[in-house]
Design a binder for this molecule. Structure first.
Ligand SMILES: [Zn+2]
Length: 300
């Protein structure tokens, strides 16, 4: 996931309510608490990505809806199913239009899905086209890199935000397997494995390693990597506009039972404009739901 703790900033913070909730969530998982028990915090919206309300069993409406994809390398079945009338409004443009479908497992694919059930393959993958985008940086070294497609989209998005008076910074981009190993290891050493899993992705499980994801900061530098960041202009602008540039807020509010991570208003993921716009139009919050993949609340 997302914290770039190489400067120790996160470690210096006092436990925040969010940090406490992360620990509480970790304990619930440790205790084997079922998703049903957690469903008291129901998502703000009940998503029916398959367009077939009531078809999704289980305690969390919308979770894992659509057509499950059993093989991670299979051609994805976007969240519409054959039961859905083939209207343009109900089908993803990517399914209705002649445009290409992409792999959900190839890390060079813009549709690759990485979560606690779906590690990168190979685990030590390095994007072949890392570049430094021409945007305002709040980091350096490898963390200032993105893959070339994501970098180009980020440049457009940052420029559009700036044109509306919103200054956005690139706070953390690419993270190598080695860096993730060190970051995760430091969490394990200081807090234990269970708690580390709520705050840092295991090596080979971070979207940051793909080059398709990055964290943003606000021009003011305030509230970086904290729950309060959601109220900063950069976060509000991104939430409202990122889809126009092919990005989604990857870990939305109250959908941690699906994504495996609590709300991260700073973590953006390039998925392409067709999917991002379609998800926005249809109110689908997660890539897991959109592509009909199982929820990934914890490591297997
Ligand atoms: Zn992140």
């Amino acid at each position: 996931m997302c914290y770039d703790d190489t400067d120790g900033a996160f470690g210096r913070q006092s436990p925040s309510p969010d940090a406490l909730s992360r620990r509480a969530f970790s304990r619930l998982l440790l205790a084997g608490t079922s998703l049903a028990a957690l469903s008291a915090c129901a998502p703000a919206q009940s998503f029916t990505p398959s367009g077939t309300p009531g078809s999704t069993p289980g305690p969390t409406p919308g979770m894992g809806g659509g057509t499950p994809t059993s093989s991670p390398s299979a051609t994805p079945t976007p969240a519409t199913s054959s039961a859905v009338p083939p209207s343009a409004a109900a089908r993803p443009p990517s399914a209705a239009a002649p445009g290409p479908h992409h792999s959900l497992s190839d890390p060079t694919s813009p549709w690759v899905i990485v979560n606690k059930h779906r590690p990168l393959s190979p685990a030590t993958f390095v994007p072949p086209d890392l570049v430094r985008p021409a945007v305002r940086l709040a980091t350096s070294g490898e963390a200032a890199l993105l893959n070339s497609t994501t970098a180009a989209a980020a440049e457009k998005m940052f420029a559009a935000a700036a044109a509306e008076g919103v200054i956005m910074t690139l706070a953390s981009g690419y993270r190598s397997f080695a860096t993730q190993t060190a970051t995760y290891g430091s969490y394990v050493n200081s807090r234990g494995r269970a708690e580390a899993d709520t705050a840092s992705a295991r090596p080979g499980h971070s979207e940051h390693q793909t080059g398709w994801a990055f964290d943003i900061g606000d021009g003011s530098g305030a509230d970086a990597f904290t729950p309060q960041f959601k109220d900063r202009p950069a976060a509000m602008w991104a939430k409202a506009n990122a889809h126009r540039f092919g990005f989604v807020v990857r870990y939305p509010w109250m959908l941690h039972k699906i994504t495996g991570y609590f709300y991260e208003p700073w973590h953006l993921r390039f998925i392409g404009t067709e999917v991002a716009k379609d998800m926005s139009a249809r109110g689908i919050g997660t890539l897991e739901q959109y592509f009909g993949l199982e929820a990934a609340p914890a490591y297997l």
